[in-house]
Design a protein around this ligand. Structure first.
Ligand SMILES: [Zn+2]
Length: 134
């Protein structure tokens, strides 16, 4: 707390072809946001999952909104298990729950959690992680 380090180093793996802001999709609500507005959860190669606030860790990652509702849904629906192809341990779940508790319940975002006008379904906002049938 209070100890926020700002590192401006760029990760070398960034693709240079895209000038636009990279976007990622929340694995729960499927909303697409600039990568930095989402929180990355990474499966470590040695096992376990961590919350990767820097976006720099190696490993298979999944993105969630910075809002508790998405994290709760993710835990409830085992969305991370699917996305990361991992079985979360009780410890992992506890870590995620603790983190979720520190987030605002919902972001103030008209695109999320509000009912849309009827007839404006759009299905084109998927998806970087496919749902998997068990
Ligand atoms: Zn979300």
């Amino acid at each position: 707390m209070g100890d926020v380090k700002k590192t401006k180093r760029r990760s070398k793996g960034e693709r240079s072809k895209s000038r636009h802001i990279p976007e990622r999709t929340c694995i729960v609500c499927r909303s697409t946001r600039p990568k930095r507005e989402l929180i990355r959860v990474v499966r470590l190669t040695e096992g376990g999952v961590v919350i990767d606030e820097t976006g720099k860790l190696n490993g298979r990652g999944a993105y969630l909104c910075r809002q508790r509702v998405c994290w709760e849904q993710a835990l409830k629906r085992n969305a991370l298990n699917h996305a990361l192809r991992v079985i979360l341990s009780a410890d992992d779940c506890a870590t995620l729950q603790t983190y979720a508790a520190s987030l605002p319940e919902r972001l103030e975002d008209p695109g999320i959690g509000r009912s849309r006008l009827p007839g404006t379904d759009n299905h084109d906002v998927r998806n970087c992680v496919e749902e998997q049938n068990i």
